[in-house]
Structures are given as C-alpha cells and as structure tokens.
Design a protein around this ligand. Structure first.
Ligand SMILES: [Ca+2]
Ligand SMILES: [Ca+2]
Ligand SMILES: [Ca+2]
Length: 400
C-alpha cells in the first residue's frame, strides 16, 4: 500500500503555515477487608468488573485486563456494556467486536472501545503452579486471588464451626484480594459444553484471615502467582463447589480456575496483530465504519491508511496530529508523528519545483526524530526554500 498525505495538496511555498461470577469471601468474613491494593506487586489494577454501568446493581462478573483494549472473562459471564477497574472510570465494551472463545474453554476475549492504559498482563507459561514436594522441601509460589464481586452476607454474624459464610444479602460489590494455594491441576468439564485444563484451590481454615473463596460475580477473576520473581496470571475463575456459601475447614470448598499455562499461546495468538493494517482495523472496529485504506470515516481528511501510519484515531477528527507545515526565513519545516506499532512503513519527503507540472522527486533530506509519545515518535524535516514555487509532500509506503 502506498499513500500520500493529503496535506501536500495545499503545500505551496511561502505559506506561513498550512493546516496541516461472583467478590471473594475471606476466612475472616469481613466485607470491608482487603479492598485495596495489597502492595506486594500483585497486579491488582488489572482486575475489573463488567456491568451495565453500576456494579452494585447490574454486574455480571469479573474481568482481567490482557493488553491494550483486550480483556478476559468467563464464557458463561453475560457480556454487558461497561467495565471498570477502579469503580470510578468506566470503559464501553465494544459491541462491534465478536467475543473470541478459546477452544472449548469457559474463557473468552472481549474488547473495550478505549485502551484503559494498563500494563500488559504476563500470562503464566510455567507448569510449576501446583506446589510440589513435602515437608521442608515443599515449594509453593505466593498465590493471590483478586476478584470484583459481592462479599459475604452482612446479615450473618456468626459463621459457626466449621466456618460457613453465606454470600449475597446486602453485601457490597467491590474489588477484593485474598490468599490461597493451588491444590491440584485437573481436566475439567462443567456440564455446559466447556472442557478445559483447570486448577483447583480449597478454602481452608487455619490459613490466616486472608484465606479466600470465590463468591458472586467472581467468575472471570484472577489467580495471580509470583513465579521466579515475576507476578503472572496463572488462573481465571470459573466455578465454585457450592453456590450461596463458602465452607472453610480442613476439607473446605473447592474453587476452580482455567489453567492459563495451557492456553497462554492460544490467547496471545487470538489477539489481532497490531503491527499490520488488518490488525489495526480490528483493533479500531473499522469493519463497522468502512475499513478501506483510502476511506475516511471520521472525515478529517486523513485516509485510514494514513491514520494507521501516523498512529491517529480513525474515528476521531485529529488530523492536526498528522503532517504539519511551518516556514522560517530559509526553510519549510515538515513535522509529523508516526506509529511505533505499525510495521514495514517508510516515510519519504518529496519535492516538485513547478507546481505539479514536474513529477515529485525524492529529496535527500533526512528526517530527525524530535520526540516520543504513547505509541508514537515525532519527526521533523527542514527543507531549504528554493525557486518561486515549490511543493513538498510526504510519501508513506507500506511493505504489506
Ligand atoms: Ca487453601
Ligand atoms: Ca480519517
Ligand atoms: Ca482521525
């Protein structure tokens, strides 16, 4: 593909300027406990809640941020319109993106309209999630559950012995963390056509107040582990052993997660490749608005291809971020930003000294990088003014 910046059409010399499932239940039972970042490196900020805008009243489950605009949740979680990671800022779920199920796993990828600006999650690829060895030789990784669902019933004051906390009532939906330990890896089927490699945890007594179990709206929530000094996503919550309550004892309730290490490659392969035009089209849901490279659905004068190359938004009029032109006494100065994600692009400055009567030719001006930004770099070329009327243009060529 090859495109020219439309700004060249007005680029006459001497122009001064051209426009150019369910919250965690804690063993301690406290509905208000563990509702802020544990501060141990757990990727707390990456877990959110999916709702129609009010997690307290219309939540359907939890989500885990993957990278960019993409999130994971359980297939059985109803897709609703909004996601929040902090209860303050809400992001629209993109209705033009068809959720991607990973095989027969109770796990899907959804897409947000906007990038929440969170770090990329690290998916666990090690099969050492399950503790091994016995006694003093036992090895286990620090394991933290983070869910954004409803806590225990606030009307229940005594959990009894063994400890049985009931869910729901007028408990609040909030992000919570708890600790646990993986007991085993299992082949799992749920009777609803899902079959997958799973991980199992057990709600135990005697493991401290932060020992936790899944509850309402924790489906799609995260099981993080610190493995070899790095916090990774080892599990995504799918099921609990009993609904409506959590039993903590030596043989307490089981909770189930998708074993991420079995599917890390599949998850990453399912995401669009943002270094290609086709992947960028998917990322921007341009199929719904017109994805032709020469199209201009936001009517800002920049084609979709140039928006891809410049790293601008194809659905927002932001042509001021594309090619800009200024002059000083001796030079025309072209400046622009370009995407650092798009691959195989080359940018060439070309000149015609006779108002298009002669063909444009490449000129030997080397662009210098003037800065970096979120996903972009900025560039500038100073071209000496010569002749009575010259035109410059920027050619953008893709190797695709
Ligand atoms: Ca346990
Ligand atoms: Ca446009
Ligand atoms: Ca635009």
């Amino acid at each position: 593909m090859k495109f020219f910046s439309p700004a060249h059409q007005a680029l006459l010399l001497f122009l001064v300027s051209v426009l150019p499932i369910h919250g965690l239940i804690l063993y301690s039972g406290d509905n208000a406990a563990n509702t802020s970042d544990p501060g141990d490196g757990t990727p707390w900020e990456q877990v959110g809640n999916i709702s129609n805008g009010n997690p307290q009243s219309n939540s359907s489950g939890s989500v885990v941020h993957l990278r960019g605009k993409y999130i994971l949740t359980a297939d059985h979680v109803e897709v609703k319109s909004r996601v929040t990671f902090d209860g303050v800022t809400f992001y629209d779920v993109d209705p033009h993106f068809d959720k991607i199920q990973i095989g027969a796993v109770d796990m899907v990828i959804l897409k947000l309209r906007q990038d929440p600006g969170l770090d990329d999650i690290v998916l666990n690829t090690s099969t050492s999630e399950v503790p091994f060895g016995i006694g003093p030789f036992r090895t286990e990784h620090p394991t933290v559950m983070v869910g954004y669902g409803r806590g225990r019933s606030s009307s229940q004051e005594d959990a009894g012995d063994p400890v049985v906390w009931t869910w729901g009532g007028n408990a609040t939906v909030a992000k919570r963390w708890g600790t646990n330990e993986i007991t085993s890896a299992i082949d799992f089927t749920d009777g609803e056509s899902h079959a997958y490699d799973g991980l199992r945890i057990r709600a135990n007594s005697g493991e401290g107040n932060s020992e936790a179990a899944l509850a309402y709206f924790d489906s799609g929530s995260a099981l993080f582990q610190e493995i070899d000094g790095q916090w990774v996503l080892s599990g995504m919550a799918t099921l609990v052993q009993t609904a409506g309550s959590s039993t903590f004892s030596n043989s307490g309730d089981y909770n189930y997660y998708v074993r991420i290490s079995s599917y890390a490659d599949d998850i990453l392969a399912a995401l669009p490749n943002l270094s290609t035009y086709a992947g960028w089209v998917t990322d921007n849901s341009l199929q719904a608005y017109g994805d032709d490279p020469s199209g201009d659905p936001d009517h800002d004068g920049m084609s979709n291809f140039l928006e891809y190359a410049y790293g601008t938004n194809p659905l927002v009029a932001d042509a001021h971020l594309g090619l800009r032109v200024t002059c000083d006494e001796s030079d025309i100065i072209l400046s622009w930003q370009q995407s650092t994600t798009a691959a195989g692009l080359s940018f060439f400055v070309q000149r015609s000294d006779d108002q298009l009567a002669t063909p444009f030719e490449g000129v030997a001006f080397s662009a210098s990088q003037t800065g970096t930004g979120e996903g972009i770099t900025t560039w500038e070329v100073a071209a000496p003014i010569s002749g009575p009327a010259s035109m410059l243009r920027l050619e953008v060529v893709s190797s695709e």
